[in-house]
Design a protein around this ligand. Structure first.
Ligand SMILES: Cc1ncc(COP(=O)(O)O)c(C=O)c1O
Length: 403
């Protein structure tokens, strides 16, 4: 990608120029409101932005968010519909686009009702979190057990506890990969759902396709297999980014979750989706609470086509991880090679104290492995912009000397 294209996406992106075009395109009459929207998007001052979406001087590498700012195409799509959200919006074409992207059968798109086409293989949620919730709600309300790797994301297992299901956690192997044989052994007559996260959070380790395929095929059909692929778009090899979608046709018990929060840079908009056979999609739809807002749907629909943005997001993340790996090696710190947008590192010091100092003394926020997973000396750090990564590393070096 050309440097000028990168500048358009990243810090050099001219919001003022873009807004002129987008607002003119919207063709609306409410001039005062348009002015207000333009002011809002230009930000409070012309100060150089240190990190997109955070106050200057704050380095936030804790939430696995996309650091390069949103996709200009997504912003433009929102601007174009900004004066029509008095209506219940629908974006039928996104169903077809996503289904095709994953090689699944495209449903009849001739007359799409509000909630999506009949016999759809995809359902949208308020973040992929809503898809995770729908699965927990549909299958864990009568108790039973879930099986999930630990350390892991753990959200569905947690929701299951709320519904009365018992979580069974299976430790990852020494290389932090899912121990699929041990997860299979943990199955008993109470097992309702097996949750896989590929790449894992916080591990960043991917489940190779052949292993995944054999595993899914070996699970009794009455047990749901949930494959959470929030970070799979960051995998280095294009084959690894395909994930479990091709297995859906043969496995009615398989649900795959994807999100626009990570590589598509839309965490604050809250939109993700689930893929499964139509009968399973119907069940998930009956267990969703709300409705994805129309701005998110339009933005997601546009972001899917923003291949430059996606490539740049992957490049920035990959460069960030390489930088981390190089520095951690120099510092003699163990880290987990990651196929995701973050990296797990053993700082060999108390993670609570290091995180506190990083935040209080240097305004750097990273994931505390102890707080969430009981990993007493581990941090999970999201790859940020180069200047954010450097600020984190400089602060970490100082904190480790003083701790
Ligand atoms: C593994 C994993 N799954 C799902 C989610 C939920 O993402 P969202 O609801 O923003 O799509 C996250 C968020 O960080 C995650 O790390």
């Amino acid at each position: 990608m050309s440097d000028s294209k990168k500048r358009e996406i990243g810090a050099g992106f001219s919001r003022r120029g873009f807004l002129k075009g987008a607002i003119a395109g919207a063709g609306v009459a409410a001039f005062g409101l348009r002015e207000a929207a333009a002011q809002m998007l230009q930000g409070p001052s012309a100060q150089p932005v240190r990190g997109w979406g955070v106050p200057p001087g704050l380095v936030r590498l804790s939430g696995n968010e996309m650091p390069i700012g949103p996709s200009p195409r997504a912003v433009e799509a929102i601007m174009k519909v900004l004066y029509s959200f008095n209506r219940y919006g629908r974006v039928s074409e996104i169903y077809e686009k996503v289904t095709r992207m994953h090689g699944l059968p495209v449903p009849d798109m001739s007359n799409v009702p509000f909630g999506g086409p009949p016999n759809s293989w995809v359902t949208f949620g308020a973040g992929s979190s809503e898809v995770l919730f729908a699965a927990a709600s549909a299958f864990l309300r009568d108790g039973g057990e879930t099986i999930e790797a630990t350390p892991g994301y753990g959200n569905i297992s947690e929701m299951g506890v709320g519904f009365g299901a018992k979580p069974v956690f299976v430790p990852v192997r020494s290389d932090f990969s899912h121990d699929l044989p041990a997860m299979k052994k943990a199955i008993n007559s109470n097992t309702k759902m097996i949750i896989l996260t590929s790449p894992g959070n916080p591990t960043g380790v991917l489940i190779p396709y052949e292993e995944l395929k054999a595993f899914v095929a070996s699970i009794p059909p009455e047990i749901i297999v949930f494959s959470d692929e929030a970070y799979i778009d960051f995998a280095r090899s294009p084959e690894d980014r395909i994930g479990a979608a091709p297995l859906i046709k043969d496995h009615p018990n398989l649900i795959v979750a994807r999100t626009f929060s990570k590589i598509y840079g839309m965490a604050g908009l809250g939109i993700g989706y689930g893929l499964a056979q139509p009968a399973m999609i119907k069940t998930l739809n009956l267990n969703k609470g709300g409705r994805v807002n129309m701005l998110s749907l339009h933005a997601a629909n546009a972001a899917l086509d923003d291949h430059d943005y996606i490539a740049y997001a992957r490049e920035v993340t990959s460069n960030g991880k390489e930088f981390f790996a190089e520095k951690f090696k120099e510092m003699g710190l163990e880290y987990v090679p990651s196929e995701s947008s973050f990296m797990l590192v053993n700082i060999k010091k108390d993670a609570d104290e290091v995180c506190r100092k990083l935040e209080q003394e240097y305004r750097v926020i990273v994931g505390n492995g102890n707080a969430r997973w009981g990993m007493k000396t581990w941090l999970r750090v999201t790859a940020g912009l180069p200047e954010e990564n450097e600020a984190f590393m400089a602060a970490l070096q100082k904190v480790l000397v003083s701790s």
